[in-house]
Structures are given as structure tokens and as C-alpha cells.
Design a protein around this ligand. Structure first.
Ligand SMILES: CC(C)(COP(=O)(O)OP(=O)(O)OC[C@H]1O[C@@H](n2cnc3c(N)ncnc32)[C@H](O)[C@@H]1OP(=O)(O)O)[C@@H](O)C(=O)NCCC(=O)NCCS
Length: 137
């Protein structure tokens, strides 16, 4: 398994992450803000979070694995490594939203213990609902 590295605030967003964001989400979010953390697995996958240790809260913004490397456990390993790291920072509660149709990602989250909280109707620009999840750390 590739080593997973956390990149803290102030780190440059690697170019391959930006490319993978464009491929998977049609647009890259650009440089990381001071509240963001990034875990990367080789150059195959990343998990991008915003974290607020003083509030004990974090949000999984994006997780993606290159299409040639999926179903090899990279997404799960990224989630586990980032949750471990966030716990060490004092995060107690993690949130995420995901398209309701994204069955693969939802299976991954539910398998890692994330609890479905409900829907945010027409959350995405194309009208699709978001499914909200919570993980108690
Ligand atoms: C979601 C994503 C990150 C999963 O990464 P991955 O490395 O392929 O996931 P893993 O190999 O760690 O999968 C772990 C488990 O999640 C579930 N899972 C993952 N992808 C799945 C799929 N396409 N269909 C069904 N279950 C899936 C399975 O239970 C899997 O375990 P298994 O392979 O032993 O059955 C990847 O599919 C991806 O990059 N998708 C595009 C971006 C995206 O939609 N991100 C989520 C919204 S931000």
C-alpha cells in the first residue's frame, strides 16, 4: 500500500490533485485555505478536508481516487488515515455531503461507520439532492 501523507495548511496543492479534481468534479477548488488539510496516497488519491479543531468539527470536502486505481482500498485507507489524524487534532464530529446517486462513495462511507442524516433537497446546481452523513470520532 502506498504511504499516505498529510499535507497541512500552507502546503501547495499538488498539480496532480488539481487535475484529479477537474476529472472527477469538473472543476478544481484551487489552493487550500488555512482551514484545509489534505491526505494523499501516492499520486493516486486524495482526501481534502476543512477542519476546525477549536470547534471539534471537520468536513470531508472531497475524496477521489484515480479511475485506474479504484477498488484497491485506497479510498478506504485515505478515509481511515484522515480520520485518525483528525482525531489526534481533537476533532470529535465529521460531516460530509454527497450526491444521492453516488452509490460507490455512499457504500464506502457507510462501511466506515458514517451515519446517514437525511437529504438536502436540490443541493447541487443540476437539482440533485445531497445525502448528509455524520461520523462521531
Ligand atoms: C468514491 C471513491 C473515492 C472510492 O475510492 P476507492 O479507492 O475506489 O474505494 P475503495 O477501493 O477503498 O473501496 C472501499 C469500499 O467502498 C465500497 N465501494 C467503493 N467504490 C464502490 C463502487 N463503485 N461500487 C460499490 N461499492 C464501492 C466497497 O464496499 C469497497 O469495498 P470492496 O472493494 O472490498 O467491495 C472513488 O470511486 C472515486 O474517486 N470516485 C469519484 C470521486 C467521488 O465521487 N468522490 C466522492 C464524492 S466527494
Amino acid at each position: 500500500m502506498t504511504r499516505i501523507l498529510p499535507l497541512g495548511p500552507g502546503s501547495e496543492l499538488p498539480a496532480w490533485v488539481e487535475n484529479l479534481e477537474k476529472v472527477c468534479f469538473h472543476q478544481a477548488w484551487g489552493p487550500m485555505s488555512e482551514h484545509e488539510l489534505l491526505w494523499v496516497s501516492g499520486e493516486q488519491g486524495f482526501a481534502r478536508w476543512s477542519a476546525y479543531p477549536s470547534l471539534g468539527e471537520a468536513e470531508l470536502l472531497r475524496i477521489a481516487v484515480d479511475s485506474t486505481s479504484r477498488r484497491e482500498g485506497i479510498g478506504r485507507a485515505l478515509l481511515r488515515a484522515s480520520v485518525r489524524g483528525l482525531r489526534e487534532l481533537g476533532i470529535q464530529e465529521a460531516h460530509l455531503e454527497v450526491r444521492v446517486s453516488n452509490a460507490g462513495a455512499r457504500t464506502l462511507y457507510e462501511g466506515e461507520g458514517w451515519q446517514f442524516q437525511g437529504l438536502r433537497r436540490s443541493y447541487y446546481r443540476d437539482g440533485e439532492d445531497a445525502a448528509l452523513y455524520l461520523l462521531k470520532l
